[in-house]
Write a protein that binds this ligand. Structure first.
Ligand SMILES: [Zn+2]
Length: 163
């Protein structure tokens, strides 16, 4: 779909990965080949996307509008990359339930503004990157309770014996 010759490739690389919100109601998976999949509530969206570097496109100050966009767009505080979804509709089966009205990245967070197509209200969803599994360091131990760090015979958090 996209090659390394694409000047936007570095943005796709930066955004690549799995993102989740704290409540666990939303998950977004972005690929470096400009694909995005979003799961929100009971719905799903699958699309390709484009990027706009708002730092390059002008002064990142409130009220700036990006001229090439069809509708006026106000850059959010801290916004670095604007994400332009080609398909913005979240489906539940064949029913349309949400529209992603805005999507952007800034300060290690992914922001999605979801418009409920039933009543028109908007929900701001903030997602953070799901950390890749980092291999354990020497002497480090990972317990099923979530504790990770040094331990001898027992987990210092839950007391489980280490085998
Ligand atoms: Zn434990």
């Amino acid at each position: 779909m996209t090659s390394t010759a694409n000047p936007d490739y570095k943005y796709y690389q930066k955004l690549e990965g799995t993102w989740k919100d704290v409540k666990g109601s939303c998950e977004a998976v972005l690929s470096r080949f400009a694909g995005i999949e979003i799961r929100y509530a009971s719905g799903k969206l699958s699309s390709s996307y484009g990027v706009t570097d708002v730092m390059l496109s002008g002064q990142n100050r409130g009220g700036l509008m990006i001229g090439m966009m069809a509708a006026a767009y106000t850059i959010h505080d801290g916004e670095e990359i604007k994400i332009n979804l080609n398909n913005r509709i979240v489906y539940e089966g064949d029913k349309t339930i949400y529209r992603v009205s805005e999507a952007w990245y800034g300060n290690e967070e992914l922001h999605l503004e979801m418009m409920d197509l039933n009543d028109g209200h908007k929900e701001d969803v903030v997602l953070v990157r799901v950390k890749e599994d980092v291999p354990l360091a020497e002497g480090e131990f990972q317990c099923s309770c979530g504790y990770r760090g040094e331990a001898r015979r027992f987990c210092p958090n839950c007391g489980k014996e280490i085998i």
